[in-house]
Design a protein around this ligand. Sequence first.
Ligand SMILES: [Zn+2]
Length: 237
Amino acid sequence: MKITLLSGKTFDVNADLGFDMKVVYSARSRRLSLRIDKKDRMAVLTIPRYCSKKKAVSFVESHQDWVLNNLKKIPELKNFHNHDKISLFGQIYTIEHSPIRGNTRLDKKNHILYVSGGIEFLHRRVKDFIKKLALEEFTRRSNIVADKIGKRVHNVCIKDTKSRWASCSTLNNINYSWRLALAPDFVIRYIVAHEVSHLKHQDHSAYFWALVEFLEDDAEKGRDWLTENGHLLYIYK
Ligand SMILES: [Zn+2]
């Protein structure tokens, strides 16, 4: 079994449980606990202070079936395919491979995403297109929301980060994961309100959350959706 520490270091223990696991050492927790990280597709073991390695390993072994069953429930990673229906900024589009007709583009009226080039490049092209669309749309939305609070966004970047959905620097640069483009519209509105609120408050204080809720009525719903369903945005490779 390979164990990955949050520091990125890995070590092996003498048991092969058939899954990967991250280990968190926590001074605050009182007991051993296991949870599933659906995004990273692995188990997360929390080890309290004063707990022997032997006890931790036997705890994991006794929960082996539980972990394997829960990991099995996570949808498989996949590519974008021809005729897939995908949500882009809250609108459903059907992917249509169109090797002859012009560039990869959105037909907003008919809800079709036409994808040019060879079929073997379709996944790549869809992903590139979504990143381009995400840059335009997140820039536009961020500027509109920032305007409401008299702030300016310096720059918007699109990333593919696993650790966070978005971030905002003290230089007023905002990063968003391209995968958010696939989320429902109220989730996107929440994320934009969240990052733009950081232009005023660099923390997660009560003032910060009050501003998020002032900017977006569905903020709580959006935040809950990401906690519950965020991993679904990672099923595309
Ligand atoms: Zn934040």
